[in-house]
Design a protein around this ligand. Structure first.
Ligand SMILES: [Zn+2]
Length: 249
């Protein structure tokens, strides 16, 4: 299909420069696509996400350890309380022992005292284990707390780094958009419309014809097709018979 480049509404550009302007427009659109792709695949964002995960994991572990410490403290306190009760009961039984005469009764008391002794030492052991757990949780929590300011500083730095690179890409995109507007204004609107249609379908809408090869699809045109393109009037922009892109001669 042959496409006229002038539509009497806009543009004082000559047909030769119209092709060049269209290639410039294509260059700007490709650069914008690349900038947007870069913006959505920034390693600064990956780094920030990884740091955010570390902060979340850090907070989760701190809370877990604080919970372990509190529960160990409670268990130790409960064991101490029970131990005091056992001690008091054992003291009472020992005093009672001194007043007992009947051997059976003495034996029963002795048995009860021994049972209390066993309970007491089991409680002591349990408390020791819990105190041990508490102490190791406290030391891990303390070394985690030592890392807090470093971790938060890293996250803050990563947030700024991402914002900086994003705003620099945005500034570049704004520049491209303003150059694009100027280019569009200097091109025939029907041609721009055709360009946008092809671009929506193929991404790249304008391509150079180099020798017999379309630089858009990298396929060779037949000698007859090349001839037709080359002989097309200066005011029409032919499209590639292979891919449909607008061919700039
Ligand atoms: Zn092509």
């Amino acid at each position: 299909m042959l496409f006229p480049v002038s539509d009497n509404e806009t543009s004082n550009a000559s047909p030769e420069s119209t092709g060049q302007l269209l290639l410039q427009l294509q260059g700007i659109d490709t650069a914008s696509d690349q900038a947007r792709h870069r913006k959505s695949n920034l390693e600064e964002r990956d780094k920030l996400n990884a740091l955010a995960k570390s902060v979340i994991e850090w907070e989760r572990r701190c809370n877990e350890l604080a919970g372990q410490i509190a529960s160990a403290e409670q268990l130790v306190a409960a064991a101490e309380h029970q131990s005091q009760e056992i001690d008091a009961k054992r003291d009472r039984l020992r005093k009672q022992m001194k007043t007992v005469i009947a051997p059976r009764e003495a034996e029963a008391l002795q048995h009860e005292i021994e049972t209390l002794d066993e309970q007491r030492s089991a409680l002591d052991e349990e408390a020791l284990v819990k105190m041990d757990e508490q102490s190791s949780a406290e030391s891990e929590l303390s070394s985690l707390k030592d890392r807090e300011s470093e971790l938060r500083a890293q996250a803050t730095a990563a947030t700024s780094a991402l914002a900086e690179v994003e705003s620099s890409i945005d500034a570049g995109l704004l520049d491209l958009a303003s150059t694009r507007e100027q280019l569009i204004a200097s091109l025939p609107s029907a041609l721009v419309h055709r360009y946008e249609q092809v671009r929506a379908k193929l991404g790249v809408a304008a391509a150079m014809l180099t020798g017999s090869k379309c630089e858009g699809c990298h396929l060779d045109l037949s000698p007859a097709e090349v001839d037709e393109v080359r002989r097309a009037p200066a005011d029409v922009l032919p499209d590639c018979p292979q891919c449909g892109r607008l061919l700039v001669r």
